[in-house]
Design a protein around this ligand. Structure first.
Ligand SMILES: [Zn+2]
Length: 385
């Protein structure tokens, strides 16, 4: 059985050990030691990485009561090696995990809800509780959690005997009676947990509840803590600063600035729609009835599918043949809408597309697509000019 240094202390990251075995595993090797600080993963926290005898450890896992370390280079059995867990990876995870215990302990004590789901992701933690909480209640929990951080409370580990266990009150009570490891945040929480934690709550720095959603009859809370809370705060400050610069409003008033910009955009959209209707009216006012076809070409400023559709709608009653509206001119040709009240365009369109190198399709009364043809070619086809 590997002596598990990580179970006793979350800050013991450097250690000496003897290599007990080194066996091929996939492309690399699986190493067992007599003792280790590498946490093999569990309780929602991922396994450690680091160095062993100068060789990178890509991960660790439990094999019965032993910890396996995965390396690419074989280590000599019987050799004494120095191990170093990567603190830059481990420490932020411990900050978040201990923060999760504090928040879960506070919610359990105040509302009696259990933490029924926990995920420690790369950037944030999600926690599920089996009861509903309001924003105000979570604000209060956040205040209390940060007070527990300011108080720099000890976080201790204990292994109660099977006789002691039934007399103790703690979260995550399983049916286990042996090897139960309790993590205690003094005065805040006691919980069965296998993962390493910070030793004093002050190491967490900051606990922030980012938000929550209703989830399976309870709530799912998103939490950041420590280094990740700082990174999150920095990213949010940068985002609000760039919004403030774009809108030329002070940072504390960016919500008002965004609301004004959106209202402006709505007003512009409404006036654009009115202008489009006006353009369509101007281009179709006073049309006389014709037995033949009609073709409209929209200038760059008028080119808009909505304008084209409005023109079609207004010109159709005055046109016995086809109405074609060409817009969006580019180096290849035009976008088009062709419509008719009498001609079935599904039957007619292949001929039109063939003549004008067109692509597109539609319904019996209306088709849309593009012509790779010049204005003269289009006019000649539809008007016989
Ligand atoms: Zn835990």
């Amino acid at each position: 059985m590997t002596e598990k240094l990580y179970e006793k202390s979350g800050s013991a990251l450097n250690f000496s050990a003897t290599v007990l075995s080194c066996e091929r595993a996939g492309d690399g090797y699986a190493v067992k030691l007599d003792r280790t600080a590498f946490f093999p993963g569990g309780g929602g926290q991922a396994c450690d990485v680091g160095l062993l005898g100068g060789v990178p450890v890509s991960g660790a896992a439990l094999d019965g009561f032993d910890v396996i370390h995965y390396v690419n280079t074989p280590l000599t059995v019987g050799a004494n090696v120095e191990g170093a867990v990567d603190a830059a990876v481990r420490f932020p995870r411990m900050q978040c995990h201990t923060a999760e215990h504090i928040v879960s302990g506070l919610i359990h004590a105040k509302y009696g809800y259990d933490n029924v789901g926990f995920h420690l992701g790369c950037d944030e933690v999600t926690m599920d509780f089996n009861g509903e909480l309001s924003r105000e209640q979570l604000d209060e929990i956040e205040d209390l959690a940060n007070r527990a951080v300011y108080a720099d409370l000890p976080v201790t580990v204990s292994f109660p005997s099977p006789a002691e266990l039934p007399t103790l009150s703690y979260r995550s009570k399983l049916d286990l009676t042996e090897n139960v490891r309790l993590v205690t945040v003094e005065g805040i929480d006691v919980c069965a947990c296998c993962a390493p934690h910070v030793e004093k709550t002050g190491e967490i720095g900051l606990i922030r509840l980012l938000g929550f959603i209703r989830y399976k009859g309870g709530v799912r809370i998103r939490l950041v803590a420590g280094e990740r809370a700082l990174a999150d705060y920095r990213a949010r400050c940068r985002a609000s600063q760039s919004i403030s610069e774009m809108l030329s409003v002070p940072q504390e008033k960016i919500a008002d600035g965004v609301a004004r910009a959106l209202a402006n955009a709505d007003a512009l959209a409404a006036s654009n729609a009115a202008l489009r209707r006006r353009v369509a009216e101007l281009l179709t006012d006073g049309l006389e009835k014709t037995d033949g076809n009609r073709v409209f070409f929209l200038s760059e400023a008028e080119s808009d599918p909505d304008v084209a559709r409005l023109i079609v709608k207004r010109a159709l009653p005055e046109t016995a043949g086809l109405v074609a509206v060409c817009y969006g001119e580019n180096e290849n040709g035009f976008r088009y809408i062709v419509a008719s009240e009498k001609t079935d365009l599904r039957a007619k369109l292949p001929e039109i597309n063939r003549a004008l190198s067109g692509r597109g399709g539609g319904k019996p009364g209306m088709a849309e697509g593009s012509f790779a043809a010049s204005r003269e070619e289009i006019e000649r086809f539809f008007l016989g000019k």
